[in-house]
Write a new protein. Structure first.
Length: 133
């Protein structure tokens, strides 16, 4: 999982556009770390990009324009080419299972605890008590 927080330099006119830009940035980050990892001998299969927005997945797969995507800057359209070249897999994931939501959204405590468990994130106290450090 790649996580980065920064102030956006542009304003999105729709949720679809915002998700499209986020997916493009994710793919850009993915390929920026892939080469150095390969140089270190860490190879991995075709990476998966998980998206919880079907209205975003459609334009990425088909490079079509809709009223929600026609204004997306061409700087982000490279994601279509990488998808068509099969450089990554684009998969739908239900919002409730989206692990990244822990870091980007206010979610109910029960869902937060479930996603933390799935992320294998533990408190330092539990790591120290188990003698892992």
């Amino acid at each position: 999982m790649i996580f980065r927080s920064n102030q956006q330099s542009l304003v999105s006119l729709s949720t679809t556009e915002a998700e499209y830009i986020a997916a493009a940035e994710t793919v850009r980050d993915l390929f920026s770390i892939k080469s150095p990892l390969n140089d270190l001998g860490v190879n991995f299969d075709t990476p998966r990009v998980l998206c919880d927005s079907k209205s975003t997945i459609g334009p990425i797969r088909n490079r079509g324009f809709s009223r929600c995507t026609k204004q997306i800057d061409t700087n982000y359209r490279f994601i279509n080419d990488h998808y068509n070249k099969k450089c990554f897999k684009l998969e739908y994931i239900e919002t409730e299972r989206q692990l990244a939501d822990n870091y980007t959204k206010a979610i109910p405590r029960e869902q937060f605890d479930k996603l933390i468990t799935k992320s294998n994130i533990r408190s330092l106290e539990s790591v120290w008590s188990q003698g892992e450090c």
